[in-house]
Ligand binder design. Structure first.
Ligand SMILES: Nc1ncnc2c1ncn2[C@@H]1O[C@H](COP(=O)(O)OP(=O)(O)OP(=O)(O)O)[C@@H](O)[C@H]1O
Length: 317
């Protein structure tokens, strides 16, 4: 019983991500996964990511890690990291499809999930260092039609305390994606929990407008703006939404709000209250069926079953 790589989901700087299926014809069950792969000799970063994900097992808003192995592909030893498969792509795709037309309740609900994920990451002693819509995976909708979001791509994460140039006086260069990086990461090379909160602010602002927070000519210009200007807070959103962003974008990382504090803000509390009282939808109820594990009605050949999964668009009845 082996995982079969079916198609390429995407390519990262380290290697490829595949959609993979494993059939257990004895128990008549099939499982799906996303497999991040790279040549074994350059897999240090993926192995590190596996270690970090291992510590975050069971966190509802962090992509779940199924394990890792080494296989031989075209005579090359290949490192495989198995993750739960996100059927909805990334938050970046979701934002593009909504073109800035997400309701504030939906945004607040998603911000809540990201904060819970960040809280777990920080509690385990990590700073993610690369939170952005492309690194947030989108899963099924709940019974109210809203998605589950999970943090992914821990390739740049640091232990809290590592790279704290404030203390050591040895600045590091910015780690994550510049567009989502806080000012202190450029001036001091400072990477602490507050780093992730700034990136979260950029991500939430992007859900509100459909656009990135910075408009810039080139990298130098972007760096200058991050260090010397405040991000533009969207004007066409409620006061509580603006208040949430202001607290994520406090310049001094020691004064920037923590995930625990942000979770208490009216923007989050109201969104959770309203989303919990929304009527349940039929579509949402169908989505509750677990797509990751299913029972095959009769014994079928592996090839036929894979075809069956695709024909049925992976929806298990
Ligand atoms: N668990 C998953 N389920 C579904 N798709 C995934 C999963 N993990 C990654 N992907 C997709 O695979 C692609 C590559 O992902 P990955 O996060 O590894 O690289 P990246 O973020 O694009 O690049 P880099 O790591 O260099 O920043 C992305 O399009 C992502 O949406």
């Amino acid at each position: 019983m082996e995982w079969k790589k079916i198609s390429v989901l995407g390519t990262g700087s380290y290697g490829k991500v595949y959609y993979a299926v494993k059939i257990d014809s004895f128990l008549l069950r099939a499982s799906v996964a996303a497999v991040k792969c790279t040549d074994l000799w350059r897999s240090i970063s993926l192995q590190r990511e596996a270690h970090i994900l291992e510590t975050l097992r069971g966190s509802p808003n962090v992509v779940q890690f199924f394990g890792a192995d080494v296989s031989i592909e075209n005579n090359i030893p290949t490192y495989n990291l198995f993750l739960e498969y996100a059927c909805g792509g990334s938050l970046h795709d979701l934002i593009s499809s909504k073109r800035g037309k997400m309701s504030e309740v939906e945004i607040g609900f998603y911000a809540y999930q990201l904060l819970k994920g960040i809280q777990d990451v920080h509690k385990k002693g990590w700073v993610h260092c690369d939170i952005k819509p492309a690194n947030v995976l989108v899963f099924d909708t709940n019974e109210r039609g809203m998605h589950t979001l999970k943090l992914a791509d821990f390739g740049l994460s640091l232990r809290i305390g590592d790279g704290m140039a404030y203390m050591t006086g040895t600045p590091l260069s910015n780690r994550g994606t510049l567009l989502y990086a806080p000012p202190e990461s450029l001036t001091y090379g400072f990477h602490a929990k507050a780093y992730d909160i700034w990136s979260l602010g950029c991500t939430v602002a992007e859900m509100m407008t459909g656009n990135r927070v910075w408009i810039y000519r080139d990298t130098k210009d972007l760096q200058w703006q991050i260090m010397n200007e405040d991000p533009v807070i969207p004007s066409n959103v409620s006061e509580i939404a603006r208040d949430f962003l202001y607290r994520c974008f406090i310049n001094d990382p020691r004064r920037r709000w923590t995930s625990e504090q942000l979770l208490q803000l009216p923007f989050i509390q109201q969104a959770m209250c309203i989303s919990n009282s929304m009527p349940k939808t039929h579509e949402g109820m169908i989505a509750k069926v677990n797509p990751f594990c299913c029972k095959i009605p009769t014994a079928v050949r592996e090839k036929d079953f894979i075809n069956l999964l695709f024909e049925n668009n992976l929806r298990i009845q």
